[in-house]
Design a protein around this ligand. Structure first.
Ligand code: HXC
Length: 273
């Protein structure tokens, strides 16, 4: 399954061309698999985007490839050497985005780190690293973008997970971090609603073609995975992109403080692979 979109996302999909014309997105982790396709969807619908990452080569290559999907290649700005654990680096990225595009309307706090590790072998520093990237990084992203979100009555989308709904083994670090992200998003929805800012989470399940699935596929076959999912298939990055478009669109203008689970119904079974 290709982890990229093309013009058929608009021509064959439910969305209307140009709905995000004049809007600007700021995406941490935008060169990664899921957030990259979320960003592609926004670009195809007329948005401009800054994709923010740690690695210069990876971020610039992703931006170049993404700009090939749209008519104006100048609509994608790569900003690299940004570690979301460092607030000052995010402030610099926000300043560069505003300098280039003049504003920020949509924020995706997507940068994340994870690995499979039994609690017994998880060092305090390993736990701290994941919580710092996922949770502190999400806080830093929201905080650095706040002036722009207030000015433009913007919308923020955190990338969560379902690990913390029922306890997934070897994922204590990321489960703790994602539970914190849900709590952060809910608090911001309530606190910043008065400023016209909406805050929501997307919780992807097993998404095909991602690093997470690749790490699992050594031990569990795709058929075994699909058999545990009510909709009987893995999710796609396009599934996450469609939910992203909905949450940023005017169709969701009264939707804030929610977690949208994109997992084919799997978490209801309270199981894991
Ligand atoms: C146990 C590990 C580990 C592993 C790193 N550590 N990898 N412990 N198992 N596989 C420990 C290190 O030993 C160290 O602890 C601490 O974590 C910090 O490691 P560093 O490499 O110094 O940290 P850093 O450079 O900040 O890297 C952060 C990272 C890294 C999260 C550890 O993997 C990263 O940057 N990843 C970004 C990309 C990524 O993770 N993508 C996955 C996205 S989601 P000590 O005590 O030795 O100092 C995903 C879902 C997976 O993949 C789902 C699986 C089901």
């Amino acid at each position: 399954m290709p982890n990229t979109l093309d013009n058929s996302f608009i021509t064959n999909g439910p969305w209307k061309t140009g709905i995000f014309e004049g809007k600007v997105a700021f995406v941490t982790g935008g060169a990664g698999t899921i957030c990259r396709v979320q960003t592609e969807a926004l670009l195809l619908l007329g948005c401009k985007a800054a994709i923010v990452g740690r690695n210069k080569e990876k971020t610039e290559l992703a931006a170049k490839e993404m700009s090939g999907l749209i008519q104006d290649p100048d609509s994608v700005l790569p900003i690299s050497e940004v570690d979301v654990r460092e607030f000052a680096q995010l402030e610099r990225a926000v300043a560069l985005t505003v300098e280039k595009f003049g504003r920020i309307d949509f924020v995706i706090a997507g940068a994340a780190g994870n690995f499979i590790a039994p609690f017994e072998r998880l060092s305090p520093n390993a736990f701290k690293s994941v919580v710092s990237i996922d949770l502190l990084g999400s806080f830093n992203t929201a905080k650095a973008c706040l002036p722009q979100l207030k000015q433009n009555k913007g919308s923020i989308l955190f990338v969560s997970a379902t690990f913390h709904y029922y306890g997934v083994p070897f994922q204590s670090h990321v489960g703790a971090a994602k539970a914190g992200i849900d709590a952060l998003s809910n608090a911001l929805a309530v606190e910043l609603g008065v400023s016209g800012i909406r805050s929501n989470c997307i919780a992807p399940g097993a998404i095909d073609g991602t690093e997470g699935i690749a790490r699992l596929s050594g031990t569990v076959s795709k058929d075994q995975m699909c058999s545990k999912i009510p909709l009987q298939r893995l999710g796609s990055t396009k599934d996450v992109a469609n939910t992203t478009v909905f949450l940023f669109s005017d169709a969701a203008m009264y939707v804030t403080g929610t977690v949208h689970i994109v997992d084919g119904g799997m978490w209801h079974l309270g199981t894991h692979f």
